[in-house]
Design a binder for this molecule. Structure first.
Ligand SMILES: *Cc1c(COP(=O)(O)O)cnc(C)c1O
Length: 467
């Protein structure tokens, strides 16, 4: 068995043989790729990562590790960029990507609407002071209580996902003497993820009313004919981490045809159409997302053409970005606990860098085989790049945060590691596995840091364990 000797890192072992084909050996392991990092993050002259002028060492000293560090100025700038690009349309922030009062308030202040899909997310939006009319309620199994609350307080739109729900919303509206705006979630049979999509996806999934099977038409008719419901429009959402608007083209064409048919058959004007979210962001050097202005131009062109082809006026559009708005605005700051070189066949080797978090703060690598990047954050290094795997502290071999990344070969216990792109679906999918309390979210705005979501404590966990 080989042991961890300083010399071995450079001599006997080959620390690049195991790298995947897409991952190049960096010329300078200290370089930050701009597309991976929030706008106000930089490596300062002293080699330390700074955000809004504050060093990660200062953040770690004040707030501890692990911590999600949030560039609020960048988030607000991204909100404005989407609003500007989609002028004349409505932009809904999909709060399931990351949901906290400060973030929802910031989104609303910048002019966004907000989507929620449970009573919990709705409670955060209301606690943040958002007007119910600026909210949308989604989900395939909204409880009677959730629907009732939504109708009662006047949530701007409810996206219906089943006939059972339409019946429930109608009964509630009749009882309360209200007329809620309802959208019909259409299962368009398009499935898109990353760089590929399937135009004829099997419609065998839980969301929406099948377009091909006729359920979407029947559901819309039901709402049009309901005394107490207003059909606001059709809604589709075709996937996540999408880089190519070709999938939207097919889905928009299908939705526009149904929209036209409903207007003709029932002599109604359907005012809106929602194209969903799912716009991609960069996690590694491989990802190259389009700017919102380019996405907006493509989507407008698609919808204009499809509506012209279907012989209808262009309805008011809405979109629902989650990941692309919040994802790039956070990084997770960890402290290294142990570094272990592991050799495989021959001299091929990898450094296992264990940090003080793991699948409890980022389950996406384990769950989706997601790729992330990482950098040594508390200093720069002249050491050679070594293929590393950033792993957590959980009792689970799949507890991997970053599967493949080059870190300087001298990375050592006590160093800080930053993993960018963790704003979406990390804290919001966090768990207490192994009774590890969830990390705080520290927001940096105008050069000042504050906690917007507190660190959970073992006492918080014990409070629920009533024996
Ligand atoms: C998840 C979801 C979104 C947001 O998806 P992102 O990939 O985060 O942009 C938008 N709309 C609906 C209906 C969703 O379920």
């Amino acid at each position: 068995m080989r042991t961890h000797e300083a010399g071995a890192l450079h001599g006997d072992f080959d620390y690049s043989a195991l790298r995947p084909g897409w991952l190049g050996v960096p010329e300078d392991v200290n370089t930050l790729l701009p597309q991976l990092w929030a706008q106000n993050v930089e490596r300062a002259d002293d080699g330390v990562l700074h955000i809004g002028g504050i060093s990660v060492e200062a953040l770690a000293a004040e707030f501890g590790t692990p911590a999600y560090v949030f560039d609020e100025d960048d988030f607000r700038a991204r909100c404005r960029a989407w609003i500007e690009a989609f002028e004349g349309a409505d932009v809904f922030y999909a709060s399931k990507a990351f949901c906290s009062k400060a973030v929802l308030r910031a989104a609303a202040e910048e002019g966004l609407f907000v989507d929620v899909c449970t009573a919990g997310e709705l409670a955060v939006a209301l606690a943040a002071g958002l007007a119910p009319a600026r909210l949308g309620l989604h989900g395939n199994n909204k409880s009677f209580a959730e629907l009732r609350q939504a109708v009662e307080i006047g949530v701007g739109r409810i996206v219906a996902d089943s006939f059972t729900e339409i019946e429930r919303i109608e009964a509630i509206a009749a009882e309360l003497g209200k007329r809620p705006n309802v959208m019909i979630r259409v299962n368009v049979g398009v499935e898109a993820h990353t760089h590929e999509f399937i135009a004829t996806a099997h419609e065998d999934q839980k969301f929406g009313f099948s377009l091909a099977g006729g359920a979407a038409y029947d559901a819309a008719r039901r709402v049009i004919q309901a005394e107490h419901l207003e059909l606001l429009g059709l809604h589709s959402h075709i996937g996540s981490q999408i880089f190519d608007t070709a999938a939207f083209e097919i889905s928009a064409a299908r939705v526009a045809r149904l929209h036209a048919k409903l207007q003709t058959d029932f002599s109604v004007q359907i005012p809106e159409m929602d194209l969903g979210g799912g716009f991609g962001m960069a996690y590694t050097s491989q990802d190259d997302p389009q700017p919102p202005a380019d996405i907006a131009a493509s989507l407008r062109k698609i919808v204009d053409e499809e509506c012209t082809a279907a012989g209808i006026d262009v309805p008011r559009l809405s979109i629902e970005p989650g990941r692309s708005l919040i994802g790039p605005t956070m990084f997770t700051l960890y402290q290294v606990g142990t570094v272990k070189p592991v050799t495989l066949a021959g001299s091929a080797a990898r450094l296992y860098v264990s940090v003080d978090g793991g699948i409890s703060d980022n389950i996406r690598t384990a769950l989706y085989d997601a790729t992330y990047s990482a950098t040594l954050a508390s200093r720069s290094s002249d050491a050679t790049p070594a293929l590393a795997r950033v792993v957590g502290k959980h009792c689970e071999a799949g507890d991997i945060v970053v599967k493949d990344e080059f870190l300087p070969a001298d990375v050592a216990p006590g160093d800080l590691i930053a993993v960018p792109g963790t704003g979406a679906y990390c804290r919001s999918m966090g768990s207490n596995y192994n009774h590890v309390p969830r990390p705080p979210v520290v927001a940096v705005r105008n050069g000042e840091a504050r906690v917007i979501l507190a660190r959970e404590t073992v006492d918080d966990l014990l409070r629920l364990d009533v024996g």
